[in-house]
Design a protein around this ligand. Structure first.
Ligand code: UD1
Length: 388
């Protein structure tokens, strides 16, 4: 049976943007460990391209260089999505994939799923079924549509199956497997870069984070927080308040960096106990988060990583597509209201905050489960098609 699968078209694995890499790395390893599976072709759409947003993470995660880079770069949602589709279509024509594997919820995820589906190629979506129920989030639209297109939906938490059922998706396509991002975290935790090294490299004084309160980590890049001057100013005011209580380190995403300058907010930050860093590598971020007293973020992945690290996470949003991190993990939704954020920070500093527990199947073996399932699914399909 394995020979038949290997002679089928390859598994075309797609990455586009930073949060995709830590999800794809364990999958590539798990696919390689199953010789019966078809070969893998790694396609990078080029949505992210900066050294700090891209190559550094590839190196940290031991990801192989992509076999193909579509080099789409930045653009409006329409331009970026359309450009990925235009450039991915000939790849599908050429490679005739046995399956296209997509992860997460970025524009590249949706664009490649749509191309594959219209060509009659099976799509496997890893991290399916998460919903914030906030349709103003570009990622929510990507999630909804990718899940409608996917043949295999691999989920990270049980609530995802309920979301998908509500959207009329056949439960037979949905498989609860756990969280590949946590596979990466558990595999790399021991190699995390000590924060002192990260501070030294960034020119942040050694005494910055060694006070009695320790330090907090900030990440902020959602359009809802950083794209409007009012929202971003409100978020900065909340962070400046927090920095009176605990010094903060903030690896600044390029989208946030550009808007800090555009809205004239950079000086407020510079005057406070907030150290702005370049976007960091995966091992640096793991080190910073592991040792942080608390993390303030609007990222999706970081809500999960802090839960796995048992570090309190204050999410500067009004909703989350990852409710298990609130129910079982260390996550609290705080929005960006100054008083609310300050009260939550005070609580963490006083009590240590939520400790949480590791959600079901976040055990470091999710990619193995996906690889095993994919192999048997492709086998069954080959048999059904009379090729077995
Ligand atoms: C994208 C994803 C988001 C994810 C985030 C992680 C979508 C809709 N959004 O948002 O879900 O959480 O990645 O970073 O897919 N830029 C650079 N260098 C780069 C890439 C981007 O400078 O390597 C700048 C450009 O000015 C660009 C802007 O960042 O216009 C935004 O990039 P884009 O890929 O459109 O969205 P992100 O905000 O990064």
């Amino acid at each position: 049976m394995g020979d038949i699968l290997r002679s089928a078209g390859p598994l075309v694995c797609v990455v586009g943007a930073r949060p995709n890499y830590m999800k794809m790395a364990p999958l590539l390893r798990a696919f390689a460990a199953r010789p019966a599976l078809p070969g893998v072709v790694l396609v990078h759409t080029g949505q992210h391209y900066d050294l700090a947003m891209n190559e550094r993470l590839f190196a940290d995660l031991d990801l192989p260089a992509p076999d193909l880079n579509l080099e789409v770069g930045s653009g409006t949602h329409a331009v970026q999505t359309a450009e990925v589709m235009r450039r991915f279509e000939p790849v599908v024509d050429d490679l005739k994939p046995g399956c296209v594997v997509v992860v997460g919820d970025v524009n590249s995820t949706l664009a490649c799923s749509l191309v594959a589906n219209k060509k009659g190629v099976a799509v496997a979506h890893v991290e399916a079924g998460l919903r914030s129920y906030d349709r103003a989030m570009p990622e929510e639209i990507n999630r909804l549509l990718t899940d409608q297109l996917a043949d295999l939906l691999y989920t990270t938490e049980r609530s995802a199956a309920d979301n998908l059922a509500r959207e009329g998706i056949d439960a037979g396509r949905v498989h609860f497997v756990g969280n590949v991002m946590i596979d990466s975290l558990l595999a790399h935790k021991a190699r995390a870069t000590p924060p002192a090294q990260t501070f030294a490299r960034a020119g942040v004084g050694a005494d910055f984070a060694t006070g009695p309160t320790g330090f907090g980590v900030v990440t902020l890049h959602r359009p809802s927080n950083v794209d409007s001057p009012d929202a971003f100013a409100e978020a900065i005011a909340a962070l400046v308040d927090v920095a009176h209580r605990v010094p903060l380190v903030w690896p600044v995403h390029p989208r946030a960096r550009a808007n800090l300058d555009r809205f004239g907010l950079a000086t407020d930050v510079a005057k406070s106990r907030i150290a702005m860093l370049e976007p960091q590598g995966y091992l640096e971020m793991l080190g910073l988060m592991s040792d942080a007293r608390l993390v303030l973020t609007d990222s999706g992945g970081i809500q999960e990583e802090t839960t796995a690290l048992a570090v309190p996470c204050l999410t500067m949003r009004e909703n989350t597509e990852r409710p298990i991190t609130v129910e079982q993990g260390t996550n609290t939704l705080v929005g960006r209201d100054r008083a609310r954020v300050a009260a939550c920070v005070d609580d963490v500093l006083r009590t240590g905050g939520k400790r949480g527990r590791l959600p079901e199947l976040w055990d470091g073996r999710t990619a193995e489960r996906i690889a095993a399932h994919l192999e048997s699914w492709l086998d069954e399909r080959a048999v059904a098609a009379g090729r077995g």
